[in-house]
Ligand binder design. Structure first.
Ligand code: Q46
Ligand code: ZN
Length: 314
């Protein structure tokens, strides 16, 4: 198969575009997609300070690399979630990349910085690890961006992620979530930083090709807690549809963004926002969910310490 742009031997075939590309021309295609997304969706400009959230996976590593190459003022943030080996290995990958490219990196460690372990706390308070993890990540993305004076937070969400989220929200008619699904989440409070997804039109496979073609290391396995998540099932269903009718995922997402979303705008309630009485971050309650989690973790720890003391001195 020949490259559509230059006629050389093709390295990758993109069924949904009915186009094959050699390595160099794939990089051109990839760059054009990212540039178009940033420009059309008014994500950020060359003077903005961008905080890129990286997990060590292919999508966020591709985004970090691409934004650096495009010359943006980029700093990465990695959060060690305390998920055993997976977290330690992904941190190593991110730190090695930062050294190799002399790229600024902020590292947060939930256990060291905040004194609790996410999977353990989830078991203790009988909540799902992913729901706790999501709360903590959202809190830290905003807090680190706000404290560091960043203009925007960028994440590596890809077309497969966005189509799967949309599919899940349609299946249960989550009207509020449908109203808010967008590659750009604008700031709705002076202490909330804008969030953007520059890779929302690129597939997982295209991000994988980008990191492989550029020799970028990444953590190959998924977080162990992702197993059994409904988003994986939605991705499998969408992949079957895509196989039978290439371009389905992109049509589903882009047509929703162009035509469907506006029908849900009235369902988007603007909650009363206030500042957490403990940490000052934006919340809808007196105390934000992150501070409540910290309080719960401290209580559990105090109980465990007391129990240990009593067993030593019965
Ligand atoms: S939420 Fe759940 Fe992810 Fe957190 S615990 Fe792992 S799978 S990392 S996107
Ligand atoms: Zn708080």
């Amino acid at each position: 198969m020949r490259c559509r742009r230059c006629g050389d031997k093709a390295e990758i075939y993109l069924k949904r575009h009915n186009a094959a590309f050699c390595n160099d021309c794939f990089q051109v295609y990839y760059s054009e997609q990212v540039r178009k997304n940033i420009r059309r969706e008014k994500m950020f400009g060359s003077k903005d300070r961008v905080l890129v959230v990286v997990s060590g996976g292919k999508d966020s590593m591709a985004l970090w690399h691409k934004l650096l190459k495009e010359g943006y003022d980029v700093t990465a943030m990695y959060i060690n979630l305390g998920i055993g080996d997976y977290s330690d290995r992904s941190q190593e990958i991110v730190e090695r990349f930062s050294e190799e490219y002399e790229a600024p990196l902020i590292v947060r460690n939930i256990e060291k910085d905040y004194g609790f372990n996410i999977p353990r706390l989830a078991r203790e308070i009988r909540r799902s690890t992913c729901s706790l993890c999501g709360t903590i990540k959202r809190y830290l993305f905003n807090k680190v961006a706000l404290d560091g004076g960043f203009d925007v937070v960028a994440t590596g969400h890809n077309l497969d992620d966005e189509a799967a989220t949309l599919f899940g929200n349609v299946l249960s008619w989550q009207e509020g979530y449908l109203a808010r699904q967008s590659p750009v989440l604008p700031s709705t409070h002076p202490k909330l930083v804008k969030k953007v997804k520059p890779l929302f039109t690129l597939t997982e496979r295209e991000n994988l090709a980008y990191v492989l073609f550029n020799g970028i290391s990444f953590i190959h396995e998924e977080c162990p807690h992702a197993l059994g998540a409904s988003s994986i099932l939605y991705k499998e269903v969408l992949n079957q549809l895509e196989e039978a009718s290439p371009g389905t995922k992109q049509r589903f997402l882009t047509n929703f963004l162009k035509k469907g979303r506006k029908n849900f705008e009235a369902c988007s309630e603007t909650p009363d926002l206030r500042e957490c009485s403990i940490c000052g971050q934006v919340t809808t309650a007196e105390v934000c969910s992150f501070c409540r989690l910290r309080q719960m973790a401290e209580k559990k720890k105090m109980k465990a310490d007391l129990w240990a003391q009593e067993s030593e001195n019965p």
